[in-house]
Design a binder for this molecule. Sequence first.
Ligand code: KG4
Ligand code: ZN
Length: 420
Amino acid sequence: MKILAIDTSCDDTSLAILEIKNSKFKILSNIVSSQVKVHRKYGGVYPILAKREHQRNLVPVLKESLLKSRLLKSKIKNQKSKTQIKNKKLKKILKQEEVFYKKLEKFLEKYQKPKIDVLAVTIGPGLDPCLWQGVNFARALGYVWNLPIIPVNHIEGHILANLLPQIRSKSKIKNQKSKIKFPAICLIVSGGHTQLVLMTPVRKASLSNGARRNWKYKIIGETRDDAAGECFDKTARILGLPYPGGPSITQQAAQLKLKVKKGTSRFAPCNCKAIKEKLKIFLPRPMLKSKDYDFSFSGLKTAVLYDFKKRPKKIRVSKEYIKEMAKEIQQAIIDVLIKKTIRAAKNYQVKTIMLGGGVASNKELRKQFKEKIKRDAPRSKLLIPNPEFCTDNAAMIAVAGYFNKKKSWRKIKAEPNLRI
Ligand code: KG4
Ligand code: ZN
């Protein structure tokens, strides 16, 4: 069975092809076309530009992913007329996307239907204009190639990224469904979400027809305001660091660590005792002690802004200040995420703890999570996807698709506020 998956939930256009044979997963391709350069000058994702980029990228990324999977085959002459008959309806499906339609029409005229069994597409949560690009693209392909579509929840994709193969393993990997022992929890930390999701087993009969999944999800805690990734992005912006903020902050914080490691003074270039003292930064750890599993990161962002504003200009543009602040931001976020997750793990006596979402690619978070779980919840097993499967990608959508139910292309629509 081969699944072609599409994700356009935010600012990355991603397509992947996953092969499943005897319950083993093999990623034939996982292409991510990043729009970071386009959005960087705005300091965040600009939805209308993201939509335009998806329209530009989807067909080239489809071609690339089929090529990489060795599934791209040109048509022979008499196959061409068949497509023309179908094109009228196709135009209707893509009626609002003329540029997009033209690109797809050309592609479909040139290439044969690939050996794909089913399509999977992210229907939500995400940015409405972006989601619709992937959804309409899937609908168009579903119609022309006569394939069913599996609608996928992006958050479930981030969770089930934990079932994807590890980077180093070269070929087929066992379907690692058995890797998850129930009850399990997953901390999803992305640009739009911070959620703690509890996973418990269900009897197959209680699931809707055709789904392979035999567990259910329940959100036990989530952010009341900004998501963790959003906090990285917004505080980076305050410090004048480029978008996306997570990698920028991480990079700054890591530089500070390097200096300390080498045995040099943390503030070597400044060499001024008074400034060293003044640079001590203490940020709050919001909701660390609250009894629930909710999070809040907007206060942290405000604390960064206040600290930044109260510093003399000379200090706040200094490399030392930026690095010190970056390190404290990162640590404040990590402290809250780890503490709450471990508390939930203990209270629900989970057997597996999982991470997912772009922020889970953060090296320090991964390292500290491993240490703390070993120390405080040694009975739980920790799973963290490879960094490439933490940030948005379609391979995770293919895996989530595998466990869910197929539908006709006619029934697929975007749902920007979908909840797990
Ligand atoms: O999951 P994702 O790729 O997209 C969404 O579904 O939102 O997550 C993107 C978020 C951004 O906020 C980005 O700053 C953050 O993940 N991020 C990181 C790192 N890499 C990406 N945050 C912290 N450390 C990182 N290394
Ligand atoms: Zn995501």
